[in-house]
Design a protein around this ligand. Sequence first.
Ligand code: PLZ
Length: 425
Amino acid sequence: MSVSDDIHKRRVAAVARGVGSTIPFYIEKAGGGTLTDVDGREWLDFASGIAVTNVGNAAPKVVEAVRAQVERFTHTCFMVAPYESYVAVCEQLIELTPGSFEKRAALFNSGAEAVENAVKIARHATGRPAVVVFDHAYHGRTNLTMALTAKNMPYKHRFGPFAPEVYRAPMSYPLRDGGLDGAEAARKAIDVIEKQVGADNVAAVLIEPIQGEGGFIVPAPGFLPAIAAWASANGVVFIADEIQTGFCRTGQWFASEDEGLEPDLITTAKGMGGGLPIAGVVGRADLMDAVHAGGLGGTYGGNPVACAAALAAIETMRDLDLASAAQRIASILKPALVALAENDQGIADVRGRGAMIAVELVVPGGLDPDAARTAAVSQACHAAGLLTLTCGTYGNVLRFLPPLVISDEDLRRGIDILTTALRND
Ligand code: PLZ
C-alpha cells in the first residue's frame, strides 16, 4: 500500500465526503510547474490549484516574505490594530486595476467573500436590491454566491433556499448561441434585464470577463463593453469578477483590459496571494466609500501573512513580467490545440486567452456535449503525469491553467501527454 493510499483511507474516515479532490494522491512538495506526492510520483501542473499559483507554489519571494512576517506577527486584526501591509496591498490593487478614476479597496479571505462584499457595496451605494448575473456564471459557494452561480450540480443541489433578488441574463457564448456577435448578444441580455427586472431596480451587473468554472467561455468581442455601457447609462454598478482571470492569468494584469473596460468594481482573489488566502474588492471611491465605517470587514480579512504574500507575489509578477509569460504560454499551447482540433471532430472549440485556455468536447457531428470523453481524457492525463481540470456547465470542457512560471519544456511535455490522451480516448 502506498503512503497516499494510507492517507486516503484516513481521509475517507475523517474528511466530509462533500469536499472532493481531483486526484487521490497526497502532495508533499510543489514548485513552479510540478507537484510531487508522498510516494515520489510527479505531475506536471496544468491546474495551478485552480488558477492560484500564477507565481508557482513556492515562489522564493513569497516564501521569504511569509517567513519574515510570521516571525514579526501572525495576526492583530486590521479592524482592531492596523498594519502597513494591508494599506500597501490596497495601493497595489488601485494601481494595477483598470480605471482612471479615484479608487478605494478592501481585503477579504476568499473569492466568494469578495463577491459578497462587492454586492453589499453596490446595494448600499445605489439603494437598489437586484443583482444581474449570467448563464454559466460561477461566483462561489456561500449562500449569496450560490444564488449568483448558475450550475445546480454540484454547487447548489439541495442547498437552498437561496438569496433573493438575483436575476440571470443570457451570456454571449459564441459556440452555443448561434454565433451572435457581441452587440446582438448584449441586446438580448439587456432586453431580459429591462423587461424582467427593470433598470431602476438593478444595483449591479456582475460578470466574469472570461467565465471560469462555467467553461472558459469567452464572450464575443463587444459584448462586455455593451453591457458596461448600459450599466453606466442606467446607474447600475458594473462589477467584473476577475477572481480567476486576474493577476496576469489572461496575458494582462486584468482581463478587463483587453476590451478597454473600466469596471466600477473588480473582485480579486486566487493569483493575488501567491497561494495564501486573500481577496479584494477595488473600485470607484464614491461607491466604496459610500458604506459607513464598520460596515465592511471580518476577523481575518487582509491577514498580515497573506498581505506579505500578496505583495511578494505582485512583485514577482512585475519582476518576471508574468503577463507576457501568459501570452507566451498561449502562443505555444493554443496552436498545439488548434492543430489537434483539425484532426479531431470531437473538439468543437479551442478558446481562452493567455494561460487560461480550454477545449470543448462534443459528440462528432453536432454540439452534444461529450462529458464522458472529457472525464476519460482528464483521467488519462492524470495517469500519465499531467494534472488537468475539467469545467463547464455540461462538464465537457478540458481547461488548462499552468503556473505562469512554467518552463517551455514542461509546457511542451504536458502538451505531449495531452495529445496522446486525446488520440487514445
Ligand atoms: N469567482 C470567477 O473562479 C473560484 C472554485 C472551485 P473562492 N473558482 C474555483 C470550487 O469548486 O469551489 C471563483 C471564481 C470566480 C468566485 C470564485 C470563488 O472563489 O476563493 O473559491 O471562494
